[in-house]
Design a protein around this ligand. Structure first.
Ligand SMILES: O=C(O)CCC(=O)C(=O)O
Ligand SMILES: [Fe+2]
Length: 208
């Protein structure tokens, strides 16, 4: 595969350095309310190398019973904090979808973390794209087609980049092969943050 699948868009440097810094400050505030935790794979319970938390009315969680969205943090039991306004604005600018995102997954990768090839398909509404932001160290991102085992392409994502999976690519297999340590000075202790905005339900929801 030499080019990106239809509906996949890489927006290099969408956020400039000051905007990246502002986002990091907002994410630190999210982490203070909703700390990173280590999810585990369904069934076997093998821990992910990526630590996670969420903001938004719904958050994506993984534990022994499966993958799902839920309105509260699995460790603290508290509601997830709100999605920062700058990320709502990003969604409005690039998603082409008239409802707001409901979930913002926060992934934290240390120097050795990675994420295997997978599809994002736990959402009831697959007509909305997945919009993701990279902050901190670069990574090698891999993207293929909608069938497991097909050809893939890899590209380097850097701090401030935005990546959109929409159209046919909404169900494209993708993953993070590796982090390139010490390639960014944004996060003082290194590592990479990925923010992934998603619409989960079809209609507007009221979480009451
Ligand atoms: O870290 C990334 O760039 C991708 C994250 C991802 O695929 C996911 O959270 O589903
Ligand atoms: Fe994903």
């Amino acid at each position: 595969m030499t080019q990106l699948p239809e509906g996949a868009r890489h927006l290099p440097g969408h956020f400039d350095r000051p905007a990246q810094q502002a986002l990091v400050d907002e994410i630190r505030a999210v982490l203070a309310e909703a700390p990173l935790y280590t999810p585990v794979m369904p069934r076997w319970g093998r821990p992910f190398s990526v630590r996670m938390t969420n903001c938004g009315p719904l958050g994506w969680v993984a534990d022994k019973s499966g993958y799902r969205y839920q309105p509260h943090h699995p460790v603290t039991g508290k509601s997830w904090p709100e999605i920062p306004a700058s990320l709502i604005a990003l969604w409005e600018a690039v998603a082409g979808y008239d409802q707001p995102p409901e979930a913002c997954l926060v992934n934290f990768y240390d120097d050795t973390a990675k994420m295997g090839l997978h599809q994002d398909r736990d959402e009831a509404d697959l007509s909305a794209p997945v919009v993701s932001v990279s902050l901190g160290d670069d990574c090698r991102f891999r993207i293929g087609g909608t069938e497991r085992g097909g050809p893939t392409a890899s590209l380097r994502l850097a701090s401030g980049d935005v990546f959109v999976l929409g159209g046919t690519a909404r169900l494209a297999y993708h993953g993070v092969d590796r982090i390139y340590p010490q390639t960014s000075t944004l996060l003082k202790n290194g590592g990479r943050i990925n923010l992934t905005l998603r619409r989960v339900t079809k209609a507007s929801i009221d979480m009451g």
